[in-house]
Design a protein around this ligand. Structure first.
Ligand SMILES: NC(=O)c1ccc[n+]([C@@H]2O[C@H](COP(=O)([O-])OP(=O)(O)OC[C@H]3O[C@@H](n4cnc5c(N)ncnc54)[C@H](O)[C@@H]3O)[C@@H](O)[C@H]2O)c1
Length: 341
């Protein structure tokens, strides 16, 4: 049997990264994963409980901005790939405290790809021996494209027009990664995904907030008039798309990932309340929907995001398994378990 490859995954204690590592190690028995995570407020080690006895998994607490540490890790593990999830990811926080977003998302991404370049390449367009197929995969968002009106879809050719400090920092990191392909010939790939939902998402995000507030019978806050539209993707479908792009995507290409599941926030909150009414009726016999409370809108709130994922579907054979209605049921059941235990 050949020696297992080692992959560096950053931000793997967060929502998508933890779902991805579990999916990836279950699928590939001959790949070792080192998960580098700073464990900010958004990182949660219990998201990785499934891997407690998995010899192919190693956790390292640390910051992607720490050049010395990243160098040491590359020396120790001789990584043949990086899948980069680590980021500050909450738009509301980026409005209050943009600094951390620039540090981690921009400087951190630069630091990581630059260390990878030094370890893998001896000159522009010249990989060191044995490093030719090493790949840097950058995880990004559809928010870099800005906002859509009532119609249209984001494609990989849509011009970037980020509107929040979060999306601006992600757009910057996408450009850094792009430049390492064009200037140094690095084998990079970027995926830009729509809004994810599913197990292990941080409590601060929309869907966990709706479920948590409903169960504790508190007002369920909805921004503005609730008409903002997102293209919702079940997290495991995102993981499948990342895996395909990491393994088979073309160097220098970007791939959009999205589920053709456009829903506005009003639909989402009513759907969740309707499901909860069915499986965990309120004592007072009212509906959870009675708790919905509209709050002042987020500044610069983008109206609509929607993804055209046909490149990933046609070129790499990706297909989402869940639609919003099937995925949200699984998600609610997971959170019922979490909040009841
Ligand atoms: N959640 C979504 O809907 C969504 C959609 C598209 C793209 N993305 C992108 O996917 C990636 C993961 O998103 P998520 O929702 O899982 O985020 P998350 O906030 O749940 O997790 C981020 C993780 O990164 C870690 N981290 C933060 N700063 C770090 C640093 N400086 N060094 C090392 N680790 C650090 C945190 O501790 C946390 O574990 C991000 O790059 C995000 O931009 C997210």
């Amino acid at each position: 049997m050949s020696k297992p490859k080692s992959i560096l995954i950053t931000g793997g204690a967060g929502f998508i990264g933890s779902n991805f590592i579990v999916y990836f190690l279950e699928k590939y028995k001959n790949i070792k994963v080192v998960n580098l995570d700073k464990l900010t407020y958004a990182g949660e080690l219990s998201n990785l409980n499934e891997l407690e006895n998995n010899d192919n998994y190693t956790f390292v607490k640390g910051d992607i901005c720490d050049t010395e540490l990243i160098n040491e890790l590359f020396k120790t593990y001789n990584f043949s790939g990086v899948i980069h999830f680590a980021a500050e990811s909450h738009v509301d926080n980026s409005i209050k405290n943009p600094d951390a977003f620039i540090k981690t998302n921009v400087n951190g991404t630069f630091n990581l790809i630059d260390v990878a370049k030094k370890h893998w390449m001896e000159a522009p367009f010249k990989y060191k021996d044995g490093c030719k197929n090493n790949r840097f995969h950058h995880i990004s968002t559809d928010e870099v494209y800005g906002t859509l009106g009532e119609t249209g879809l984001f494609t990989e050719d849509t011009p970037y027009a980020p509107n929040s400090p979060y999306s601006a920092s992600k757009a910057s990191s996408d450009f850094i990664v792009r430049s390492y392909f064009h200037t140094y010939g690095m084998n990079v790939v970027t995926t830009n995904c729509s809004n994810n939902y599913g197990p292990k998402q941080h409590d601060e995000k929309l869907i966990p907030t709706i479920i948590r507030k409903a169960l504790s019978k508190e007002p369920i806050p909805i921004y503005g008039d609730g008409k903002n539209i997102r293209d919702w993707l079940y997290v495991e479908d995102h993981c499948k798309g990342i895996d395909l792009a990491f393994q088979n995507g073309l160097a220098g290409e970007t791939y959009n990932v999205g589920g053709k599941n456009e829903r506005d926030n009003l639909y989402i909150v009513h759907k969740i309340c309707e499901i909860l009414d069915g499986i965990k009726p309120r004592d007072c016999k009212g509906s959870y929907a009675d708790l919905i409370a509209f709050v002042k809108d987020r500044p610069g709130h983008d109206f609509r995001y929607a993804i055209d994922a046909s490149k990933l579907e046609n070129e790499l054979g990706w297909k989402a398994s869940e639609n919003f209605e099937s995925g949200i049921l699984k998600t609610i059941n997971w959170y019922l378990n979490k909040y009841n235990s």
